[in-house]
Design a protein around this ligand. Structure first.
Ligand code: B16
Ligand code: MG
Length: 220
């Protein structure tokens, strides 16, 4: 039986994944590193400082910066990211998400945010979706995706067994995290990109995410 639905945020609830990409690309460019959308797939779902490390390795610059300089680079990225979020309104919620959240609430099935982002509360506020979520995982101090911890913590907050949870993700790291947590993994995006990470069901758009579809495909 379905006990809880665990939502990734960036790239599942709204299109903020594109803002992360813009802000990282600009930061990387300032230090002479070029990142393209293929490389960006390996950044999705990855915590801020880890993302920076991946970019530095990608540019062959992992030895160049002190801890303090890295913190400055990450802060600059986040400042630009937060300024890109300024225009976010409820209209930016991906199609079908509010309807799914509504159905879950009617059925008293808890929805929890399982995001790596420290900006999650700010984004949910801007989208006016707070009331639909039972809880938001605090990603601080727990291992990031692809480790299962963020999803396990989300299940715990919902009072659910991992085996009774469906996790929804747009990233390779996130799908791996859901599977490592022993849950049913729904990928949003391209089957060629998310299939190899182990997604159980892949939808090209959030429009396909109805409660009925989840229940039938997860066999719950
Ligand atoms: P922040 P998700 C992740 O969010 C993003 O996919 C990833 O690109 C970002 O670096 C990470 O959050 C940390 O976000 O810098 O805002 O704390 O996809 O897990 O909802
Ligand atoms: Mg994501």
């Amino acid at each position: 039986k379905l006990q809880a639905v665990l939502f990734d945020l960036d790239g599942v609830v709204t299109d903020t994944a594109k803002y992360h990409f813009i802000a990282w690309r600009n930061m990387a460019k300032r230090i002479g590193i070029t990142i393209d959308s293929d490389f960006n797939e390996s950044l999705k779902g990855i915590e801020r400082m880890q993302s920076l490390e991946r970019i530095l390795v990608h540019g062959g610059r992992e030895q160049t910066y002190s801890q303090e300089e890295k913190e400055r680079l990450a802060r600059e990225k986040n400042d630009e990211y937060v300024s890109l979020l300024a225009g976010l309104t409820p209209e930016d919620t991906y199609p079908g998400i509010q309807e799914l959240l509504h159905e879950l609430r009617e059925r008293r099935i808890p929805a929890v945010i399982a995001s790596a982002s420290k900006n999650a509360p700010l984004i949910l506020e801007a989208l006016r979706l707070n009331e639909y979520f039972h809880a938001i995982v605090d990603p601080g101090g727990i291992p990031g995706k692809p480790a299962p911890d963020i999803f396990l913590q989300a299940a715990k907050l919902a009072g659910a067994d991992p085996a009774g949870c469906v996790g929804i993700e747009d990233s390779q790291a996130g799908i791996e995290a859901i599977k490592a947590a022993g849950m049913y993994a729904v990928g949003i995006g391209d089957a060629g990109i998310l299939g190899p990470s182990g997604a159980d069901l892949i939808c090209s758009s959030t429009k396909e995410l109805t409660l009925q579809r989840l229940l039938v495909s997860a066999g719950m």
